[in-house]
Every structure is written in structure tokens, then in C-alpha cells.
Design a protein around this ligand. Structure first.
Ligand code: SAH
Ligand code: SF4
Ligand code: F3S
Length: 458
């Protein structure tokens, strides 16, 4: 008998690949990781099972990123290797999606005509249809400009049993001059609060203890929503509602944009018991003139004011940031401003990137102001040295303290060790002993390495 499966009544799949094995390879950020979980969900509804690696997969989905040039290079290198993968068996199917595919559909096709399906970020929910089409008619490319269904309409197979991503908003309405994201992820669309709350409850029913809310600019959440002609829902209200969900233990979110960061959100982090003591606030540069050329909507002083406000309300918060080194026109003194903020703010960790010109962005056209590679490399190294010191010092502050640890997985390097996170987000290792995955337990931090903490049960 033919079996049909309804997913939230929007997508109908006819399972047709029973017994086949799939594998998903993901590049890029949490948005892509979460999209990949949705693709896995659709593959499993179609009857496929997850393979241990691409070597024993019949169907391979590569989810691409294009945020920096090396992400593109990685993709084309990978596609080269995958030609061999595909030629090893006649029945293998290769699908390429994600941000690079959205940006470069013709390039992917030209460089890799052996790819069966090229699909964009806006129509992921059509992936099974496209796979069917490619089996009937040969290679197919479908990239569309307008979002059809949100990827959240599809089922999902999560990487972690206890921790889940929850998309509250897709796309971005900002125009940071270095950034390709708005052109590959489209305009900002907020999901309705009721859908988000229902998904969170559903996740809790499935055993999830921690959710991480995802959006490119979470504190502008709801800007595009008006419900029953009432004023829009705010991010803080969403946090309050999520905080009320019974049996949900932890709520994290990423990323807020410094320009839209409100004091009320910081109070919410302090007062709502489930919202974790951790804030990622992407600085990009400490120089007011570079920030203005980046179109970030704040300057050095305003950013420092936000740091002061955060620290005055949440003295012990874990603060993390992103920095781009070598934006066009960055002088030594601009870079010193960045170092200044780095020393002042004492971030727990900093994600550092060398400026990479992305075709189609405004900064790409600032050729005459590009900074020589050598200078960028030197600045990057000195930023790294300074921050490594700060990060190590920040991690050490936990030694001797008691913390709540959520045990999430077995350590990749040692299967006698569990790995998880304490409330403020630091990765923490603990001996397996009598503990179980999913336990949320009180531990004492005994030691730190440059990258993680070590703990024992109290
Ligand atoms: N929405 C987030 C950023 C998403 S992109 C925000 O507003 O901060 C993730 C990070 O990649 C950015 O914070 C930035 O530091 C980095 N990045 C984006 N474009 C880049 C580029 N062209 N070159 C180098 N780093 C870049
Ligand atoms: Fe890119 Fe800026 Fe949007 Fe972040 S806020 S995704 S950096 S355009
Ligand atoms: Fe993320 Fe890369 Fe796309 S950082 S939004 S996967 S371009």
C-alpha cells in the first residue's frame, strides 16, 4: 500500500527510498546546521536511514556556506572530490544546497555538472520533489528568490537529543557592507510567537532540555509581525513566554545586533531563570570610522556603553563577540581601537575573521582601500595573542565554583568522558562514572584548559 505522510499539512511526501542511506555534510553557521537537520528529517520521512559516513551513503546532501572566500574555495574543492564519490556507484545521488548554491547556481552547475540537484536556501522543503525529478529527468537546478515554505515547516532529525536549535526569524534586513547573508537568506521574516512556543513545547515533549533561538538579528524579532492589529511582539516577551514552558530547562539565543540591543533584554536574561547567563554581541570593529563604513549603526562609544550596561546588570555574564580584521581602509589606529575594546570588554571568547571581499557587497567595491595580506595577518595574530590571554583568564574564574552542567555527548577524544555546557555556555568535561546523557547536575569545576573546563560531581 502506498504510504503518504503529512507534515503540518503543507508538504506531502511519498516515501520512496526505503532502505537507502543518506549523509549530510554541513558547512557554515548554526542556520545551516539547523537546515541540515530539517533535510535529514525529510530524508527519513522518505524512508532513508542515516549512514555513518559519506562512504556508505547512497544519497549525499552538501549544505554550503559562502560567508568568506575560503568557504567558496572549500566548496569547489569538495565538489571535485565528490565527483569520485559519485562515480563509485551508478545509483549515488549528490545534492548541493545552502548559501553558496543560492548565490552561485550557475557556477555550481558549470563546475560540477555531475551534481544531481542544486537547491537554494529558499526552497529546501522541495528537496524530495527535486530528488524525484532528477531520477526521472536527470540533473535539476531550482533556486528561487521568494521563500516558499519556511524550513521550519519540515520535520527535523536533531544532532543532539537534549539540545535543539529553534528558528525564530530567518533572513536579515540590515545592509552591513561586508556581508553576503541578506542576499542569500533574503529579507527578515519572523515566525509567529504561537508557532515558536508550540515548537518549543514539542521539543520538550521529545526530551529536549535546552533550546537555542536562532536569528541574524534576534532583538529585532517581530518587527514584521502584527497580530490582530496589535503592536508587534518583542523579543523579550518571547523570552518570557518560553521561560514559562514546563520542563524546559535552558534558553539561549544568537545573535543579537548591538544597535538593537535593549536594556530590557538584559534584564530578561537576569530575571528569567531559564535564560542562560551568556550574550553574544558582535562588535566587528572597535573603530567608529570603520563601523560607519560597515553600516553597523553604532560607534565605539555606543558599543562600550552597551558593554557597561550589560556588565552593570549581569556582572558575571559570559560575553562573546565577532571581529573582522582588515576591513578596507583600516589603519593602525583603527585597529588599535579594536584592541582597546577587546582589552576593555574582556570577552570570554572572540570569533576572529580576516576581511574577505564578497562579490555583490558594497565593501567588495572598495578595492582601492584593500589592506595588504601581510598587514591583516599581523593584526590578526596580535589580536589572537591578546584575546587568548583574556579567554584563558576568563575560563579560570570558574575553577572552584559550583555549576549546573547539562551532559550532552560523549567526548570525541575519550569515550570515558562526557562533554556538556554549564549555564554560561563553557564546554565542560566530566568523567562518565554513574552519569547519564541528558543529566542536568551540580558539579564543581576542578580545572581549565585553554578550550574547556573540567568538572567533578558534587
Ligand atoms: N548576523 C550576525 C552575523 C552573521 S555572519 C551579526 O550581525 O553580527 C557571522 C560573522 O561572519 C559576522 O559576525 C562577521 O564577523 C563574519 N563575516 C561576515 N562577512 C564577512 C566577510 N566578508 N569577511 C570576514 N568576515 C565576515
Ligand atoms: Fe550580515 Fe549585518 Fe545581517 Fe549580520 S546584521 S547577517 S552581519 S547584514
Ligand atoms: Fe551561515 Fe554561511 Fe549562510 S555563515 S547564513 S551558512 S553564508
Amino acid at each position: 500500500m502506498e504510504q503518504t505522510v503529512e507534515i503540518k499539512s503543507k508538504i506531502t511526501l511519498k516515501p520512496s527510498r526505503f532502505g537507502k542511506k543518506y549523509f549530510v555534510k554541513t558547512f557554515g553557521c548554526q542556520m545551516n546546521e539547523h537546515d541540515s537537520e530539517r533535510v535529514s528529517g525529510m530524508f527519513e520521512l522518505d524512508g532513508m536511514q542515516k549512514a555513518e559516513s559519506e562512504d556508505n551513503a547512497d544519497i549525499l546532501f552538501v549544505n554550503t556556506c559562502t560567508i568568506r572566500e575560503n568557504a567558496d574555495d572549500k566548496l569547489y574543492g569538495t565538489l571535485g572530490q565528490l565527483k569520485k564519490w559519485k562515480s563509485q556507484s551508478e545509483n549515488r545521488k549528490l545534492l548541493v544546497g545552502g548559501c553558496a548554491a543560492q548565490k552561485d547556481k550557475n557556477l555550481v552547475r558549470d563546475k560540477a555538472p555531475w551534481v544531481d540537484v542544486v537547491i537554494g536556501t529558499h526552497n529546501l522543503t522541495n528537496i524530495i520533489n527535486l530528488l524525484n525529478q532528477s531520477e526521472d529527468w536527470g540533473p535539476v537546478t531550482e533556486i528561487i528568490d521568494e521563500i516558499e515554505n519556511l524550513p521550519t515547516d519540515a520535520p527535523s532529525i536533531r544532532e543532539s537529543e537534549f539540545s535543539a536549535w529553534l528558528t525564530i526569524q530567518i533572513g536579515c534586513n540590515n545592509s552591513c557592507t561586508f556581508c553576503i547573508v541578506p542576499s542569500v537568506r533574503g529579507p527578515e521574516i519572523s515566525r509567529r510567537p504561537v508557532d515558536i512556543i508550540n515548537e518549543a513545547k514539542q521539543l520538550v515533549n521529545e526530551g529536549v532540555k535546552e533550546i537555542t533561538l536562532l536569528g541574524q538579528n534576534v532583538n529585532s524579532y517581530g518587527r514584521d509581525l502584527k497580530i490582530d492589529n496589535k503592536s508587534r511582539p518583542y523579543f523579550t516577551q518571547l523570552l518570557e513566554k518560553l521561560n514559562d514552558i514546563k520542563d524546559l530547562e535552558r534558553i539561549r539565543f544568537t545573535s543579537p545586533h548591538p544597535k538593537d540591543f535593549k536594556e530590557e533584554t538584559i534584564h530578561a536574561v537576569k530575571e528569567l531563570e531559564k535564560v542562560c547567563n551568556q550574550i553574544h554581541v558582535p562588535l566587528q570593529s572597535g573603530s567608529s570610522s570603520i563601523l560607519s563604513k560597515m553600516h553597523r549603526g553604532y560607534n565605539k562609544e555606543r558599543f562600550l556603553d552597551k558593554v557597561d550596561m550589560i556588565r552593570s546588570i549581569l556582572p558575571d555574564v559570559s560575553l562573546t563577540t565577532d571581529i573582522i580584521v582588515g576591513f578596507p581602509g583600516e589603519t593602525d589606529s583603527d585597529f588599535e581601537d579594536t584592541m582597546d575594546v577587546i582589552r576593555y570588554a574582556e570577552f570570554d571568547s572572540v570569533y576572529m575573521f580576516k576581511f574577505s571581499p564578497r562579490p555583490g557587497t558594497a565593501a567588495y567595491n572598495m578595492h582601492d582601500q584593500f589592506i595588504p595580506k601581510e598587514i591583516i595577518d599581523n593584526r590578526f595574530d596580535s589580536l589572537k595573542i591578546t584575546q587568548t590571554d583574556i579567554s584563558e583568564r576568563r575560563l579560570k574564574r570558574f575553577i572552584g565554583t559550583e555549576q549546573l552542567l547539562l551532559i550532552e555527548k560523549i567526548s570525541k577524544k575519550n569515550d570515558l568522558i562526557y562533554s556538556g555546557k554549564i549555564n554560561s555556555g563553557q564546554i565542560t568535561h566530566i568523567a562518565k562514572d554513574n552519569l547519564n546523557l541528558g543529566d542536568l547536575i551540580k558539579v564543581k569545576i576542578t580545572d581549565s584548559t585553554p578550550f574547556f573546563l573540567k568538572a567533578e560531581k558534587v
